[in-house]
Design a protein around this ligand. Structure first.
Ligand SMILES: [Zn+2]
Ligand SMILES: [Zn+2]
Length: 107
């Protein structure tokens, strides 16, 4: 039995820009598997390291980026796409180039 063609798009319902993110994911190397714990700060007992600035934070202060899998502290985190700053820069570049392409197509 074949899968209906519509099943893929139904799964993406409700998500922001699934096409954009699946496209961008190819450009971003995964540095940590989703669900893998952050690096423990060797100098303290209960703190973990931000993968971007190497600062030490409590586990509750860190969030895992959904694109590259790095753990980011509040300073290295962006809520806009729920990803780290590094990936946010890449996403923004993609958005910009997409907008420019659309603008050119209109001419
Ligand atoms: Zn940080
Ligand atoms: Zn990231």
């Amino acid at each position: 039995m074949r899968w209906r063609k519509s099943s893929a798009s139904e799964q993406n319902k409700g998500k922001g820009q699934p096409d954009l993110f699946s496209h961008i994911k190819k450009d971003i190397p995964v540095l940590r598997q989703q669900g893998a714990p952050p690096e423990k700060d060797p100098g303290t007992f209960s703190r973990y390291q931000c993968d971007l600035c190497n600062g030490s934070f409590s586990l509750t202060g860190l969030k895992q980026c959904t694109l590259c899998g790095r753990w980011a502290c509040p300073d290295c985190w962006t809520d806009e796409f729920y990803i780290c700053r590094s990936c946010n820069g890449i996403v923004r570049l993609h958005l910009l180039s997409q907008q420019q392409q659309k603008g050119k197509a209109r001419e």
